[in-house]
Structure formats: structure tokens, C-alpha cells
Design a protein around this ligand. Structure first.
Ligand SMILES: Cc1cc2nc3c(=O)[nH]c(=O)nc-3n(C[C@H](O)[C@H](O)[C@H](O)COP(=O)(O)OP(=O)(O)OC[C@H]3O[C@@H](n4cnc5c(N)ncnc54)[C@H](O)[C@@H]3O)c2cc1C
Ligand SMILES: NC(=O)c1ccc[n+]([C@@H]2O[C@H](COP(=O)([O-])OP(=O)(O)OC[C@H]3O[C@@H](n4cnc5c(N)ncnc54)[C@H](O)[C@@H]3O)[C@@H](O)[C@H]2O)c1
Length: 474
């Protein structure tokens, strides 16, 4: 804590107003720095305007449809899904309205904190080899001017990767940022790419009643996620009628005027009404004059940073998706805060990825934290583990949940919890106790002694811990 009356004035320029940039700006303002944030599209960045927030809002609408689909099983009779229609314009308007409102909230917060928010673009200027860095700022509709900054934070995010033979046209061939301009639901959506983005949209459109074909380049969907979890979710997708083409690559997509024709790597052709291209993202680092300034950029154009967000050039930091460290909003925000704390001489702990929890918002959801099955199987981390299906859980039975499980990993000798996976509705809310256990070095014994609500899905987390205790005694 600083003593009363102590203040620092420091010219900080932040390029990019997503979570990496705006959270950093708030920390800088709190520390009395003179801070300018330059954002091309709107406060909140792509996270709030086009990526994370809109997709989760769309998924919230799809969950309402899922509720209608299951009501008969609970003895609730309605006209069934026949009487339920999706007003695509209303759904998408809501998505865009909430995104803009969130962006406006962030703008207000930044202004109130004293951040100078510039709507425009910025890049590095001339390297004068002095103690400050020149940043060139071009406000929308204005003249370019230069600012000398003691600290620069690059937080420019990433953009959907484009396949040259399947360029999004905003009409029938779409990237995930163009989906919300559709005025009708697709009749048959072909999703190319089964990473987290592809899986989330495939799941949400399927729930909306859309016919979905998922083109998956690997043997299973979400190849970077826990294999048991990804296979459980793939099984649910198939049971609900999704067509999944495994080990298939989208080679080209053609807009035929009335639909799309997708040619796969093995020259098979599939037809649908629309195609969603979800084949990853590329960092927004090409237009920042980084090479001229000597800022090191690694494979794929990601800015190279250390665990306190420093680039190789003193005074220049980077945070978020432009660094490729772990493309999550939560990680971007922490990298940004760490950069400012470090730059302003505050006590700062280097970024720790060990306790970052992540969630895939499919139905059911998939949440993970800590060491993974791959780490254990490859012998990188010695661990004991248990995988407990939710089918035995009383609350799951009441809610008619058949798919899902809790998996826990702990140290063999001490029982210290080191990782976990939850596949369940709202797994994003259920992963927290495991995250807290890892963060605080708790053991399965301590977790098992925690009294949980009965009946509750979280009861299965304590139950999994109990099973690992029993295992220890054998
Ligand atoms: C479909 C989708 C869903 C996602 N869902 C989740 C989720 O549920 N949870 C989660 O944690 N993460 C999610 N993510 C990831 C998350 O959106 C990103 O990790 C996060 O946006 C990264 O924040 P950032 O600050 O690095 O960049 P961004 O949010 O991309 O913001 C960067 C901003 O910088 C601006 N910019 C770029 N260049 C310049 C320049 N030269 N001058 C001025 N401004 C510039 C850009 O216009 C952009 O607005 C999702 C991603 C996608 C694609
Ligand atoms: N809920 C969340 O937190 C959330 C949601 C979406 C994205 N994200 C973040 O964004 C990151 C990137 O995810 P993503 O899914 O956008 O990208 P990704 O790179 O993880 O997945 C893209 C997939 O497309 C495949 N692919 C590439 N070319 C293809 C082709 N021609 N045909 C078929 N498949 C092809 C790749 O093999 C890969 O599996 C994630 O790791 C995650 O951190 C997070």
C-alpha cells in the first residue's frame, strides 16, 4: 500500500481495449498514472463486441430452447417444439444490444477512472533510442499524432483465421463475428473446425433446432481438451442428431446463391445453407511496426513475452491474445494487470497458469483446471485419479441428466489436489471448488471432509475426493 499523498505520474499508452487492455488501464489509473487507451472498435474489444460476450449471450437463448425440448420428461405437457419458434432477428438484436451495453459500461468505467480513451488506431513510431517510446495515434476521422510514453502495452488481440479458398462473404460463408447479422436461422449449418469455437456454435445452433454438420480435422472434437470429456460431448452431439465428419478438412467453400458447397480434403462434397469458418485466429500484430521497433515476434506472429508480460524491449509489454500465451479473457486481463504492476514498480507475482480454469460452453459444459490427463499419461505429473459419472448423483437423476462426470487428480503420496475436469450443465460454476483446492494446496482428505449441499451436483466433487481417499488406503 502506498502512503497517503504519494503519487506517480507516468505516461502509459495501451494499444487495444479488450480485457488485456482495459483491465490494465484501470490498474494504471488506480496507481495515478497518466494513461491513454487507444481502441479501434470499442471499449471491451473483440471479447465484448464480437467474440466471448456475444457467443455466450447467443448460447443463453439456445438454452431456453433446450428447456422446451426436455419438458415432457418431467411431466410438463406443452404443444412441444412445434409451437416454439426462434425469432433470429430478436435473438441477434439482443446479442448485439447486450454487447454494446457492456462496451458502454466499460467506457464509462474507464472515463470515471480518468483514462484518456481514444477511438482510433495506434502503432509504434520512430525508435529514438531514448527513455521513452513513440506511439503514433490516429483517432477515427482525425490526424495522426505522436505520444512519448514511458510504458507501452500491446493488447491488440486476434482476428478469425481466413482460408483463402473459403473467404467469409458475410452472406452464406461466415466467420463467427458475422453470425449475428443473419436475419433467419440457417436451415443447415456446416461448421468447419471443431476447436472450442466450432464446438460451442455447433452445440448452440443444434439446440436452436438447426441441422448441423461439424467438419472435424481430428479423430475427435476439441482435440486439445480432456479426451474423456470431448468424447462424452461428441457422443451427446451425435445422439441429438448432429453429423460429425471426423478426420475431414474443409478444403474450399463456394456460395452457390441458394446455399454453400463445401469440398473436403478427400474431395467429398457436402451441401448446406450456410458455412461457419472456425479454424482458429491470427494475432493482430502485423500493423504495429513491431519489426521496425525491434520488438520480438515469434511463430505465427505472436509477441514474445515473459511471465510479467515484458517483451524484449524495455518499457514495452504485451498482454492477451496477441501473445498467444492462453487465449482466454481471464488470462488476458491478468497479463495486462501484471504488466502495469511491473511497469510501475508494484509488487507483482509472475503469471501462473496452474490455476487457470477454463470452460467450453457446449451443452453439457466442459470445465477444466490444473494438470490434465495428458500430463498424467505422459508421466509429466505423477498423480492418482478418479472419474465419477454423474449418473449416480441424486440431483442429476432429478434433473434427468445422463451425461457428465467429475474427474479429480491428486498427488500420489500426499493426496494434494492438482487438477480436475467437470462435464455437466453449468460446469463453469462447478469447477470453482476444485480451483480453490488447487490454489490453496488442499488435499482430497480436506475436500472430502467438506459438507456439501444435499442434493447437489457439487456433492459429486466431494464424493470423487472421498473415492481418492479410499484408494490411498488400499
Ligand atoms: C467465439 C469466441 C468465444 C470466446 N469465449 C470465451 C469465453 O467464454 N471465455 C473466455 O475467457 N474467453 C473466451 N474467448 C477468448 C477471448 O475472447 C479472448 O481471449 C479475449 O478477447 C482476449 O482479449 P484481448 O484483450 O487480448 O483482445 P481482444 O478482446 O481481441 O481486444 C483487442 C482489441 O484491440 C483492438 N486493436 C487491434 N489493433 C489495434 C490498433 N492498432 N489500434 C487500436 N486498437 C487495436 C481490436 O480492434 C480489439 O478490439 C472467446 C473467443 C472467441 C473467438
Ligand atoms: N469458452 C471459451 O473460453 C472459449 C471459446 C472460444 C474460443 N476460446 C479460446 O480461443 C482459442 C482458439 O479456439 P478456436 O476453436 O477458435 O481455434 P483452435 O485453433 O483451437 O481450433 C481450430 C480447429 O480447426 C481445425 N482446422 C484448421 N483448419 C481446418 C480445416 N481446413 N478444416 C477443418 N478443421 C480445420 C484445427 O485443426 C483446430 O482443431 C481456444 O483455445 C480458447 O482458448 C475460448
Amino acid at each position: 500500500m502506498r502512503e497517503e499523498g504519494w503519487s506517480v505520474v507516468s505516461r502509459i499508452v495501451i494499444i487495444g481495449g479488450g480485457p488485456g487492455g482495459y483491465e490494465a488501464a484501470l490498474v494504471a489509473a488506480q496507481l495515478d498514472a497518466d494513461v491513454t487507451l487507444v481502441e479501434a472498435d470499442g471499449p471491451g474489444g473483440a471479447c465484448v463486441l464480437t467474440d466471448c460476450v456475444p457467443s455466450k449471450t447467443f448460447i443463453a437463448s439456445s438454452e431456453i430452447m433446450t428447456g422446451y425440448r426436455h419438458n415432457e420428461r418431467f411431466g410438463i405437457r406443452s404443444a412441444g417444439l412445434d409451437g416454439v419458434t426462434v425469432d433470429a432477428v430478436a435473438v441477434n438484436d439482443r446479442v448485439k444490444r447486450l454487447a454494446l451495453a457492456q462496451s458502454a459500461d466499460i467506457q464509462a468505467k474507464l472515463v470515471k477512472a480518468g483514462v484518456d480513451v481514444v477511438h482510433g488506431r495506434a502503432r509504434m513510431g520512430e525508435d529514438t533510442l531514448g527513455h521513452t517510446h513513440q506511439v503514433l495515434i490516429t483517432p477515427h476521422g482525425g490526424q495522426t499524432y505522436a505520444v512519448e510514453a514511458t510504458t507501452v502495452l500491446l493488447a491488440t488481440g486476434a482476428t478469425p483465421r481466413v482460408l483463402a479458398t473459403a473467404r467469409p462473404d458475410g452472406d452464406r460463408i461466415l466467420d463467427w463475428r458475422q453470425l449475428y447479422d443473419l436475419t433467419e436461422l440457417p436451415s443447415h449449418l456446416i461448421v468447419i473446425g471443431s476447436g472450442v469455437t466450432g464446438a460451442e456454435f455447433a452445440s448452440a445452433y443444434l439446440a436452436m433446432g438447426v441441422r448441423v454438420t461439424l467438419v472435424s480435422s481430428r479423430e475427435r472434437v476439441m482435440p486439445h481438451e480432456d479426451a474423456d470429456a470431448a468424447m462424452a460431448i461428441e457422443r451427446v452431439f451425435r445422439e441429438r442428431g448432429m453429423t460429425i465428419l471426423s478426420q475431414a478438412r474443409g478444403k474450399s467453400v463456394e456460395n452457390t446463391g441458394s446455399g454453400v458447397r463445401v469440398t473436403l480434403g478427400d474431395d467429398r462434397v457436402i451441401e448446406g445453407s450456410h458455412a461457419l469458418i472456425a479454424v482458429g485466429a491470427v494475432p493482430n500484430t502485423a500493423d504495429l511496426s513491431l519489426a521496425e521497433y525491434g520488438v520480438q515476434v515469434g511463430d505465427g506472429g505472436y509477441v514474445t513475452v515473459d511471465r510479467v508480460s515484458r517483451t524484449n524491449v524495455p518499457g514495452i509489454y504485451a498482454a492477451g491474445d496477441c501473445t498467444g500465451v492462453l487465449p482466454l479473457a481471464s488470462v488476458a486481463a491478468m497479463q495486462g494487470r501484471i504488466a502495469i504492476w511491473h511497469a510501475m514498480g508494484e509488487a507483482v507475482a509472475p503469471l501462473r497458469l496452474r490455476t487457470v480454469s477454463a470452460n467450453v460452453f457446449t451443452d453439457p459444459e466442459l470445465a477444466t483446471v490444473g494438470v490434465s490427463q495428458n500430463d498424467v499419461d505422459a508421466g509429466r505429473v505423477p498423480a492418482r485419479q478418479v472419474m465419477l459419472p454423474l449418473t449416480g448423483n441424486a440431483r442429476a437423476k432429478m434433473a434427468d441428466l445422463h451425461d457428465g462426470f467429475v474427474k479429480l487428480f491428486c498427488r500420489p503420496a500426499t493426496g494434494q489436489i492438482v487438477g480436475g475436469v467437470v462435464v455437466a450443465p453449468k460446469a463453469s460454476e462447478l469447477i470453482l471448488p476444485i480451483t480453490m483446492a488447487i490454489e490453496n494446496n488442499l488435499t482430497v482428505d480436506q475436500l472430502a471432509h467438506t459438507i456439501t449441499i444435499y442434493p447437489s451436483l457439487s456433492g459429486s466433487i466431494a464424493e470423487a475426493a472421498r473415492q481418492l481417499m479410499q484408494h490411498e488406503l488400499q
